[in-house]
Unconditional design. Structure first.
Length: 407
């Protein structure tokens, strides 16, 4: 485990790029290859690039602010997504590329008994917690919505699972003391909005913020939190979409009234309907802020359209998630959903993280075969074939399928 306290003593500032932070915005990004996401609306080709610091090959959705998608092949065979293949999503182009760790402070203010400003050294001296949790963009898989909706046309790779180390948000708030009448807690970071744009800030109800699971992380998969993932501090909200996982966190404000800012009242809102789904083109429906994730399962070892050996069994494996609860079971269908058989589950690494699964089919006759995989969460929610639709392109978790040809 990396000792960040020692790093603070040895180094006054940490930079994003060994060769200089300007590379993020200025250097042209040349594709080493193209990836076809097979988006139903077309235009699914994306560059596969290695130009970003600390990153292996990533699918480029946008260079500034960075939107980098994880190729599905990078998920195969491992429950924890490596930091160098973990997806990246920032809202504004002016993101931090260096932080002076000696001068950095985490401010806690607002409806508190005693406003505080904590140094990194003070945070690192607090009791630590560790948690496996999935970070999934609210718009993951948006590119598969039909009809198409505006926004980043992600495939399925705006998701990742990491082992986070940090401190409980509750412990930090307890240091300041919650004032009577407080109702929410708002979080913001070091990224800077353009002129006249609202600062990116998200809020949680006070009871959620104080539940002992929400944490402030400074390590990711055993390493110092990378700059592209929010160094020096990132909010971790297990089971909830990553819009709440504020990066480069430097300000916590306890609110005496509900947050009416843009990013809560206007953006990242979903229909207040079953499954957050409405008919395409619908308007005037009530909405609520996006919140908990649902179950999902993916096949990671075989891509759609792959050729496999006929007259031989086929091993399928992948990853599953329960969303806001654990994985209860994963099932595989070899007949496009007419019948289902249980898959074998790997070790449970924690209810908020990925869980590996695998299954072996009978020998495949020559020809085309369609496979589907679905997850049921510990809360009893099961994936369905019928996709949802909403104008934000949020919360897709329809059953994933692959078709292979045996020859």
């Amino acid at each position: 485990m990396i000792d960040l306290t020692a790093r603070i003593e040895r180094r006054r500032a940490l930079s994003l790029l060994a060769a200089g932070g300007a590379g993020l915005a200025a250097a042209p990004l040349w594709a080493q290859a193209l990836v076809d996401l097979h988006l139903p609306g077309g235009n699914g080709a994306r560059p596969l690039v290695t130009d970003f610091p600390g990153k292996g090959p990533m699918i480029l959705q946008r260079s500034r602010a960075p939107l980098l998608e994880t190729p599905m092949s990078a998920f195969d065979g491992q429950v924890f997504t490596p930091n160098d293949r973990f997806f990246v999503r920032w809202h504004y182009a002016d993101i931090p590329t260096a932080v002076d760790v000696a001068r950095f402070r985490l401010s806690v203010l607002g409806a508190v008994k005693k406003p505080i400003r904590l140094t990194l050294a003070e945070l690192l001296a607090m009791p630590r917690v560790e948690l496996a949790a999935i970070n999934q963009c609210s718009g993951n898989s948006r590119g598969y919505f039909e009809p198409r909706v505006p926004g980043a046309q992600w495939g399925n790779g705006a998701i990742g699972n990491a082992r986070w180390v940090g401190v409980r948000l509750k412990d930090v708030l307890d240091r300041a003391g919650i004032a009577p009448g407080a109702v929410q807690v708002r979080f913001s970071g070091l990224d800077t909005p353009p002129p006249d744009a609202p600062i990116f800030a998200k809020s949680l109800d006070l009871a959620h913020a104080m539940d002992g699971e929400v944490m402030i992380a400074f390590q990711m998969n055993g390493a110092q939190l990378p700059m592209l993932h929010g160094f020096p501090l990132r909010l971790i909200v297990p089971g909830w979409y990553s819009t709440y996982w504020v990066k480069a966190l430097d300000r916590i404000e306890v609110l005496a009234t509900p947050d009416t800012g843009y990013w809560m009242e206007k953006a990242y809102r979903i229909p207040a309907t079953p499954g957050a789904s409405v008919a395409p083109g619908a308007t005037g429906f009530p909405t609520v802020p996006i919140n908990r994730m649902g179950p999902r399962a993916f096949i990671t070892n075989i891509a759609d359209g792959a050729r496999v050996t006929a007259q031989a069994p086929l091993e399928l494996c992948g990853l599953a998630m329960g969303g806001a609860s654990g994985v209860a079971r994963v099932e595989l269908s070899a007949d496009r959903g007419k019948s289902w058989t249980p898959a074998r589950l790997g070790p449970d690494q924690g209810k908020y993280g990925f869980r590996a699964w695998d299954a072996v089919t009978p020998a495949l006759a020559p020809g085309e075969h369609g496979f589907a995989v679905r997850c049921t969460s510990a809360a009893g929610e099961t994936q369905a074939f019928e996709p949802i639709w909403n104008p934000g392109g949020f919360m897709r978790n329809a059953i994933e399928t692959v078709t292979v040809r045996a020859a």
